[in-house]
Design a protein around this ligand. Sequence first.
Ligand SMILES: [Zn+2]
Length: 217
Amino acid sequence: MHPTLKGAVYVTALFIGSEIIYQIYRKYKRKSKHRKENESKSRLSKSSLQVLFFPDKDVACRDYFISGDGCFKSNCQFSHSKTSLSELCKHMMSSQRSLDVCVFVITCRDLADILLKLHRRGVKIRIITDKGMLHTDGSQIWTLQKEGIAVRTNNSSFFMHHKFAIKDQQVLINGSFNWTRQAITGNQENVLITDDLAVTSQFMAEFQKLWEHFDTS
Ligand SMILES: [Zn+2]
């Protein structure tokens, strides 16, 4: 073969070879990027959504899950295992900056105590609740208000019937669940906890709208 032709064949072969390697490399990179995106999507969906159902079969131990000091009773009759209430408490207790609560009624001492604990820790608590339920048996609103927590109520004859809370302007806790003892141990209830911004942002806006609407000062 003529040396010039031989050279041209080598160059062409080299070019084709490097092109094939480059295409294989691109395909591998695309696959790897796609795999990483899928992994991060699945991690996000796992960490951003939780569903709780009530009633709890066992009643969560207040000392173990709420007081923060732990339970030292040798034969404690309450549950030290995970329950829906303990999970709900965990989410509430992890509030760092704010907890906006918009619920029909609060009679459950455990949940009210968490609000007090957070308030004393410097977390900004705002509560919107139903005016008609302020005087219901066991209402915790007066205690919370006395401690300096801001409370606003509806001023119409219709119910303020929401049951949601927003933690740190990021995590929504929402469902059928009223903040009563009966809802924990008796009723069939659901609570959905999510940090999906598309959902939480709408609830944040609704809370702010109601907060301003119910301002009587
Ligand atoms: Zn216990």
